[in-house]
Design a binder for this molecule. Structure first.
Ligand code: NAD
Length: 361
């Protein structure tokens, strides 16, 4: 399957890996050198399968990073830029990013800034990167606790989503990816929400490849409507204003103990609460969303002493204007709105609500 995005295509299906092999071979004159960026976990679990399907890249130079969000920063970029320079990468070099959202976000950023920009291809290997991070042209790194603070919009040459890579993903990482699929359904598609709900609660067989394609289509449709996030694209941030603050706080203080999707799930619980209070979301639907999320994700160890720090981090969110906190909230399942100004006290109340929830066992 192929999905047309802004300036590139997303190819979905394991067989598409064989297609890129043929394509890279056909257009090899266009690239002086090809580099493969990955992390140590993906190197172990996915690289052998990848090179078997794309043998043309067997001689590509591999740049291997340590895995994890704590490595998504400018210091690591500097090391990769230096490696590229030392290896003689020029403007006609190609960077192939094989990995989760950390590798595709950071690899895209590295490629887009090296010598004012070289071409890159994303081969996402985590569920989260397949349905979300590798698509949409946002590339970035974190600045301390501030998520994705340094970055730009820059499209890959193409994205190849091969579900085969999901076979080696552990359950926690898999669920982390599901959080973004749930978000896509909540902001844009009530039918997809029902399908996900039925599949994940065992009421229907889980047709993962189909759900994955559908989720990618939702994201792509929003991106096509507003590539640079001037308006409607902000709805993709539902759950992320609170979620990014949580992820950032845990990242700096404890290393990466909270995964992106887990933080976004907690963020969606808080932001669904705000949606009910201030954006017309029906109470029973809000409770259904919360119960579903609580059944999938652990309750995060947030306490009242963290609220001020979390609010401070939210003020760095890129959606804010004039010092106000701007939220993307839902008014129904499948309907979202953006640029909703919330004062600090309301947001603090949503965090206190989350802190008071019982763990779902
Ligand atoms: P990640 O890249 O850290 O991957 C998660 C873990 O799974 C890593 O340890 C990785 O080595 C491992 N892994 C990846 N694929 C594997 C596989 N097939 N088998 C075994 N292990 C595998 O994190 P992620 O959850 O993929 O992505 C999170 C990042 O994505 C965050 O930095 C977030 O900000 C970013 N993101 C970006 C966008 C965007 O639009 N650019 C959207 C959503 C999230």
């Amino acid at each position: 399957m192929e999905i047309e995005s802004t300036s590139y295509r997303v190819f979905i299906g394991n067989e598409q890996l064989l297609e890129i092999d043929a394509m890279l071979e056909q257009y090899q004159d266009q690239y002086t050198k090809i580099f493969l960026l990955t992390d140590d976990m993906v190197m172990q679990h996915c690289m052998p399968v990848f090179l078997e399907c794309v043998p043309f890249l067997k001689n590509a130079e591999i740049i291997e990073l340590s895995h994890g969000e704590q490595h998504k920063n400018i210091d690591i970029c500097k090391q990769v830029w230096e490696t590229l320079s030392e290896a003689g990468a020029d403007r006609n070099s190609l960077l192939v990013n094989l990995g989760g959202g950390v590798v595709t976000d950071m690899g895209g950023f590295i490629a887009s800034t090296y010598q004012r920009g070289i071409r890159f291809i994303n081969i996402p290997t985590s569920l989260l990167a397949q349905v979300d991070a590798s698509i949409g042209g946002k590339v970035a790194v974190d600045l301390g606790k501030m998520k994705n603070q340094i970055g730009l919009f820059s499209d890959p040459l193409m994205v190849v989503v091969a579900p085969i890579f999901l076979d080696t993903l552990d359950d926690r990482q898999y669920k982390s990816g599901l959080a973004e699929m749930i978000k896509h359904a909540l902001i844009a598609d009530a039918t997809h929400w029902k399908e996900l709900f039925h599949a994940l609660t065992g009421q229907k067989e889980l047709a993962m490849e189909q759900l994955l394609q559908y989720s990618i289509q939702i994201k792509n449709k929003v991106v096509l409507a507003d590539q640079k996030e001037g308006g409607i694209r902000k709805i993709l941030n539902f759950g992320h204003t609170v979620g990014h603050a949580i992820e950032g706080l845990f990242l700096e203080e404890n290393g990466t103990t909270v995964l992106h999707g887990e933080a976004v799930a907690a963020g969606m619980i808080c932001e669904a609460w705000l949606s009910e209070k201030y954006n017309g979301l029906d109470s029973s639907k809000r409770i259904a969303i919360q119960e579903f999320l609580m059944s999938l994700y652990p309750k995060l160890a947030i306490n009242k002493t963290m609220i001020d720090d979390l609010l401070s981090l939210m003020f760095f969110d890129k959606k804010n204007r004039n010092g106000d906190l701007h939220f993307s909230l839902i008014s129904d399942i499948g309907k979202a709105s953006y640029d909703i100004v919330m004062d600090k006290e309301k947001v603090a109340a949503s965090l206190r609500y989350y802190i008071g929830l019982e763990e779902n066992v």
